[in-house]
Design a binder for this molecule. Structure first.
Ligand code: FEO
Length: 414
């Protein structure tokens, strides 16, 4: 795909897309992979008076963005900007727009108001803060605002335009996915979109599944034909290639709590000379001696996809990590895995640490400290041995695994 920078396109009688396409970006928010790029969607609602802008975009696209806006209206004719969520991929151009037109009123939640003052470094913004279910009539256009905390930040709201059956959801129901089309049914790669929708859900909403279910409940009573998110295509109904119903059903499915049918206790490890692996195998035997039907798989962090392993880690009942010590630290693959811990839902999860070391052996201690900081239940002192495990070491590793399993059973009983 060429480097499209967005367009102005009519969506409904009075709503226009004026967002930015960024097809070539492969990583966003520092950690989120975007194999098919992303878009920063922004919309203009034309009114009988001053117009309404819904979201802005990242600040580095301002020149293209303002050019898109000008295809629909002069910036002096924008009276309101709705910021459904203040993260800078949506608020990044707010300061630029206020420079051009300081009379613009900014509509957002109370939390977003606080964030936006620090994002724009302006103290003179004319805010209108809205509460859950509040309605405003903006120059003849009636809008309803729905509080949607943690979808994606505490500040998030949805904006509902009943007259044209449009729901503006910002991150919610979005996808880091970019084609040079605004609508879902124009897509050339339907399956790729489905994959991106899931990846996006996991990355953005995985820690907030209860809030996702709350959000879905709130919008279930609204009558809308379009969802205008702030990333990915506008979602529609009633076309063979429409994605709106699929996105909502998928969110519901992914967010519903799922209980493992048996104890899932993965063991993640790195091994330089096979010694930490030997410990992993002995620990597995110990776990199985206590919970015979437990699902205890070993995963080599060097050989497996880290995102895949993060899913396993976050949905497990408990897990263990083994690392050698290299350069007085755990190895980078371990830290990469731990950067994917769902810190909200893994709080209090049972974890165990182990590893073989040659000289100083800091890895186990450092991993423990990291998991304790994440408020997880770190089992006993981590299990360390020097160089090659002896038969006695392996027996102790097995006992470590057995005691770890007993600890899990106790947690379940309690
Ligand atoms: Fe697209 Fe949470 O920002």
């Amino acid at each position: 795909m060429n480097n499209y920078e967005g367009m102005a396109q009519k969506i409904s009688d009075s709503v226009y897309f004026v967002g930015i396409f960024n097809p070539n970006v492969r990583l966003t928010d520092v950690i989120v992979k975007t194999d098919f790029g992303t878009s920063y969607n922004s919309y203009i609602i034309k009114t009988g008076g001053k117009n309404i802008l819904v979201e802005t975009c990242r600040s580095n696209f301002f020149d293209s963005y303002i050019s898109n806006i000008k295809k629909v209206c002069d910036p002096s004719q924008i009276g309101y900007i709705i910021i459904n969520h203040s993260e800078p991929d949506h608020s990044g151009c707010l300061a630029n727009l206020l420079e051009i037109n300081p009379d613009i009123k900014v509509i957002c939640s109370n939390a977003a108001q606080i964030y936006l003052k620090n994002i724009t470094n302006r103290s003179d913004i004319n805010f209108i803060t809205v509460k859950d279910n509040e309605q405003l009539d903006l120059d003849g256009v009636k809008l309803k605002f729905i509080s949607a905390p943690f979808l994606h930040w505490p500040d998030s709201i949805f904006t509902f335009m009943e007259s044209e059956k449009i729901l503006f959801t910002c991150d919610f129901l979005g996808a880091h996915y970019c084609e040079p089309y605004v609508f879902d049914f124009c897509s050339d790669k339907k399956d790729a979109y489905d994959t991106c929708l899931k990846n996006y859900f996991d990355a953005i909403f995985g820690p907030f599944k209860n809030y996702v279910l709350d959000g879905l409940r709130k919008i279930s009573s609204l009558d809308f034909d379009f969802v205008c998110p702030s990333h990915g295509p506008v979602l529609t109904k009633d076309n063979n290639f429409s994605k709106l119903e699929l996105a909502i059903a998928s969110y519901k499915d992914w967010a519903e709590p799922k209980k493992n049918t048996k104890a899932v206790i993965p063991i993640f490890y790195c091994t330089a000379y096979g010694n930490t692996l030997k410990l992993a195998l002995a620990i597995r035997d110990g776990i199985l001696s206590q919970i015979a039907d437990a699902d205890v798989q070993l995963f080599n962090l060097v050989q497996e996809d880290i995102n895949y392993l993060c899913d396993i880690m976050n949905s497990s009942d408990a897990f263990l990590i083994g690392s050698p010590t290299i350069n007085r630290d755990a190895v980078p693959h371990v830290w990469h895995l731990l950067s994917g811990v769902d810190a909200v839902n893994c709080r209090n999860k049972n974890v165990g640490i182990f590893g073989s070391f040659g000289w100083s052996g800091e890895a186990v201690k450092f991993i423990e400290q990291r998991l304790q900081a994440l408020k997880m239940k770190v089992f006993a002192d981590g299990f360390r041995i020097n160089f090659v495990p002896s038969d006695d070491d392996l027996q102790r590793a097995k006992e470590f695994g057995a005691d770890f399993a007993k600890g899990i059973c106790k947690s379940v009983d309690a």
